[in-house]
Design a protein around this ligand. Structure first.
Ligand code: AHR
Length: 477
């Protein structure tokens, strides 16, 4: 199969926001307990956090980590998780049917982020929580005044405010599975009032409101419009979530799902644009794609562990080669959407739907989806470019005219990175044309077909061969 990709230096989409390479850790399954936190582990640091896990996270160069949920957030009482550990209560978490011992809470998480060199995104509970609880948490975390919650933080050993800049107003509040889920009107109102209080308390923060839990929700569209009607003035981002599934083994459709994600992004961006126009707005509401990943293996093959234990092993996806390719396609979509998507979180990071897995008391290792994220995070920092792609296409159950070659491109500090997916079972010979970049030569070709990437040096070629079913990084310098 033959294809052509043309890049022009002046066909700019937007700067790629570093926050596109963010992730998510929830109090869910073994993400926290025996995931990042295991005080008895041989590699645990003085705070009980596994350093072998931190060593695997660091190369991913994750910008932000969203915490503490997820569905867990909607029943979370943040005051349970601060102060002396032996005084913290054990609670029943109704989101995941687990025991929550509260041994990791706001301080532990934020200080772990500091040691890791990652910025946090914190969520406030708008399920069982109130606007006042949210304002109290913000005061605890960022407060500078001699007031109750800021003083409480100081008494707990943290003098300096944490200065957390990004906050989520609840999580998936349209979902019937959500603890104290809400109608659009109910959520719009509470999010609006919470946002007002939070921004009055700390005008330097940015806020993310919940969009629909996914594009198939019956209230999708109406939900976004209603939330923006109530909250446009106070918020900076609207969230989107999407999990990719291949339950019936239809791989051509699975590989095409990222194009549905792209349409989802354009639809929500258009709703945000209209809201700004209708309200004579002064700012853009951008998109925070703060949960995305492949998630279906556990649903298909998993065995449900008993409820009501601490850190029960749920949703530990055993990712295969195809899943890594789908993650590559998703990253292409996010890079092509850099004009409207400013935050994106791979959901999640450890054990639960994650690129990194731990064995309690034992090793930590990475799964196939670790590699496309690593490569994009390392080589896609810069300005996203609109590539012109000419390639044959295929029809599948999900949609028609799916191009076999899918491309995103980023102008980096020292050249250009091209990310090319070959969705075909045949090799693809792709001729590359680069206009207006000065003297650039192809220098490296990394091929991912699953497992660890294979790297080959290139010496200036302008035609590359993509292996069947592969995601590729071609670097020009
Ligand atoms: O990431 C797992 C769960 O998926 C989150 O808790 C929720 O927000 C979503 O439904």
């Amino acid at each position: 199969m033959k294809a052509k990709v043309k890049l022009s230096a002046d066909k700019v989409i937007a700067k790629v926001d570093d926050r596109l390479f963010s992730s998510f850790i929830e109090h869910m399954g073994r993400a926290i307990y025996t995931g990042i936190y295991e005080p008895d582990h041989p590699t645990a640091d003085a705070f009980g956090f596994r350093q072998d896990v931190m060593d695997l996270i660091r190369p991913l160069n994750v910008s932000h980590i969203r915490y503490p949920g997820g569905n867990f957030l909607s029943g979370y009482r943040w005051e349970d998780g601060i102060g002396p550990k032996d005084k913290r209560p054990v609670r029943a978490d109704l989101a995941w049917f687990e025991l929550e011992p509260n041994q990791v809470g706001t301080d532990e998480f934020l200080q772990w982020c500091e040691r890791l060199g990652v910025s946090p995104i914190l969520g406030v509970n708008l399920g069982t929580g109130t606007p006042q609880d949210a304002a109290n948490l913000l005061e605890y975390v960022n407060g500078t005044l001699p007031t109750k919650y800021a003083e409480m933080r100081r008494a707990n050993g943290r003098e300096e405010p944490y200065g957390v800049k990004l906050w989520c107003l609840g999580n998936e509040m349209d979902g019937p599975w959500q603890i104290c889920g809400k109608t659009a009107e109910e959520y719009g109102r509470i999010a609006h009032e919470t946002a007002k209080m939070m921004k009055w308390m700390d005008p330097s923060i940015q806020l993310v409101a919940c969009g629909s839990s996914h594009r198939q929700m019956p209230t999708y569209g109406m939900w976004e419009e209603t939330i923006l009607k109530h909250c446009y003035k106070e918020i900076d981002y609207l969230s989107l979530h999407m999990y990719f599934k291949n339950l019936d083994g239809d791989t051509p459709s699975f590989l095409a799902e990222s194009l549905e994600m792209e349409e989802f992004i354009r639809e929500v961006a258009e709703i945000c644009r209209k809201a700004k126009e209708e309200q004579n707005g002064d700012h853009d509401v951008y998109l925070s794609f703060d949960e995305w990943n492949v998630w279906f293996h556990y649903e298909k093959d998993g065995v449900e562990p008993p409820k009501w234990t601490v850190g029960r092993a749920i949703d530990e996806e055993d990712y295969d080669d195809t899943d890594a390719l789908v993650v590559g396609c998703i990253l292409n979509t996010l890079l092509r959407s850099a004009d409207v998507v400013k935050i994106a979180c791979l959901a999640q990071l450890i054990n639960v739907i994650a690129p990194i897995t731990t064995v309690p008391g034992g090793e930590a290792y990475v799964r196939t989806i670790y590699y496309p994220f690593l490569l994009a995070s390392r080589y896609a920092r810069g300005t996203s470019l609109a590539a012109e792609v000419e390639a044959p296409s295929y029809d599948c159950a999900l949609r028609s005219a799916v191009p076999f070659v899918d491309c995103s491109a980023v102008r980096t500090e020292d050249g250009v990175s091209l990310f090319l997916m070959n969705r075909s079972e045949e090799a693809a010979e792709v001729s590359l044309e680069l206009d207006g970049f000065g003297a650039l030569a192809a220098c490296e070709h990394v091929t991912l077909t699953g497992g660890e990437p294979a790297t080959a040096a290139l010496s200036g070629e302008k035609t590359v061969t993509l292996a069947p079913m592969s995601w590729n990084l071609i670097r020009f310098a």
